[in-house]
Write a protein that binds this ligand. Structure first.
Ligand code: SF4
Ligand code: SF4
Length: 320
C-alpha cells in the first residue's frame, strides 16, 4: 500500500501545546471483524496485534495515578481483545467514564452475544460508526451485509435503554465517502435522527462528523488515485484558526497496543512519538504522575484534517 507518511512530516501547521489531560484513548489492538475502506488503522480480521494483560494492567495503573476523566477504548474492534471486559469493569469501578468505539456488527458476531448487555450493565458510553443512514452507502465503505447487522445492533441497544436512558449514551459517527469534508454536523444529525426513527424506530443521542485523515488506508487510496494533493488543498484551504484551541490532542493521550504513547490516534498510526522525548517512543509506564501540561505537540500536514471547516475530533465537529 502507498504511504503518505513521508509527505506529511514537513509542515507549516501552527505550533500547539498540551492543556490538561482529560482523556486516555487506548487502542486495544488492530484485529477487527471488518476491513473498511476509510480505516485509518488498517484494521482487519487478519491483524494479530493485540494489547496483552500486562499492558492492560499498566493502563489501569495509569488511570489510578492520574486524574483522567475518560477512558476511550478503540481498535480494531476493542471488544475482540480478551481483556476488554476486565479493563472496562476495573475502570468503571473508579467512577470514570468509559467509551467503547464500537463498529456495531461485532455485537452480532458469534461469541459476542452478551456484549451489549455487559456494556449496558457497566453504563459504558457507545460511540458507534454508521457512515450513512442509507444501506448502499454503508455497504460501499464497510462491506456487504454490514448495514442490516448495524441496524439490528442499534435496535438491540435501544431495547437495553441506549439512546433513551441518560446513563446509556449512544452516539453515532459519520465520515465522508471520498475527498470531501463532512457536511454540517447539526444538519446531518437531524437527518440521521429522522431517517433512523422513521425507517427503523432507532433513537440515539448525538451524531459526530469526522473528517477522513490522509493517512493509512485512506491515504494510500488518495495516492493511488492521484488525489492526495487535491485533498490536502481542500484541508488547507478550509483551515480555521479558531479550531486550534480545541484540537483533541490538547486534552488527550493516545496509547498503542504495546503501551507506547502519542499525542493522538493519527500520530500513533504515523509513529510520531511525543515531541518532548525527541524521536524516541515514550511508554505509558514512564509517565505515571508526570505533568504533561504545556508540552509541545508533534504536528504534521495531517493536522489540517482537524482544523478544516467545522473541525474534527473523535468527539465530532470542534465548533459544536
Ligand atoms: S470497523 Fe473501525 S477499526 Fe474496523 S476496519 Fe472499520 S474503521 Fe477500521
Ligand atoms: S492530527 Fe493529532 S496532533 Fe494533529 S491536530 Fe489533530 S489531534 Fe492534534
Amino acid at each position: 500500500m502507498l504511504d503518505t507518511r513521508p509527505l506529511l512530516l514537513n509542515t507549516d501547521f501552527p505550533e500547539v501545546s498540551r492543556g490538561t489531560l482529560e482523556t486516555l484513548q487506548v487502542n486495544l489492538g488492530y484485529k477487527c471483524n471488518l476491513s473498511c475502506t476509510h480505516c485509518h488503522v488498517d484494521a482487519g480480521p487478519n491483524r494479530t496485534e493485540i494489547m496483552d494483560r500486562q499492558t492492560v494492567d499498566q493502563v489501569l495503573e495509569f488511570i489510578h495515578s492520574y486524574p483522567v476523566k475518560v477512558l476511550d477504548l478503540t481498535g480494531g474492534a476493542p471488544e475482540m481483545n480478551p481483556h476488554f471486559k476486565y479493563l472496562v469493569s476495573e475502570a468503571r469501578a473508579t467512577g470514570m467514564e468509559v467509551i467503547d468505539r464500537c463498529n456495531l456488527t461485532i455485537l452480532q458476531e458469534p461469541g459476542f452475544a452478551d456484549m451489549a448487555e455487559f456494556l449496558a450493565a457497566e453504563s459504558v458510553a457507545i460511540t458507534a460508526s454508521l457512515p450513512c443512514y442509507m444501506e448502499q452507502n454503508v455497504e460501499k465503505q464497510r462491506g456487504k451485509g454490514v448495514y442490516w447487522e448495524s441496524i439490528a445492533a442499534l435496535q438491540k441497544l435501544n431495547d437495553l435503554g441506549y439512546g433513551k436512558n441518560s446513563a446509556l449514551q449512544l452516539n453515532l459517527v459519520y465520515n465522508p465517502d471520498g475527498i470531501n469534508l463532512p457536511p454540517s454536523q447539526t444538519e446531518l444529525e437531524s437527518d440521521y435522527k429522522s431517517e433512523l426513527l422513521d425507517q427503523h424506530g432507532i433513537v440515539f443521542n448525538q451524531l459526530f462528523t469526522i473528517t477522513n485523515m490522509p493517512i493509512s488506508r485512506f491515504g494510500g487510496m488518495l495516492l493511488s488515485k492521484g488525489l492526495y494533493e487535491k485533498y490536502m488543498d481542500i484541508l488547507r484551504d478550509s483551515y480555521r484558526e479558531e479550531n486550534l484551541a480545541t484540537v483533541m490532542c490538547r486534552s488527550l493521550l493516545s496509547v498503542d497496543f504495546q503501551g507506547f504513547v502519542y499525542d493522538c490516534d493519527f500520530n500513533q498510526m504515523l509513529e510520531l512519538p511525543l515531541a518532548a522525548n525527541g524521536n524516541k517512543k515514550t511508554h505509558l509506564s514512564a509517565l505515571m504522575q508526570q505533568v504533561l501540561d504545556g508540552n509541545p505537540i508533534m504536528t504534521g500536514e495531517h493536522c489540517f484534517g482537524c482544523t478544516a471547516g467545522q473541525g474534527s475530533s473523535c468527539g465530532g465537529a470542534l465548533e459544536a
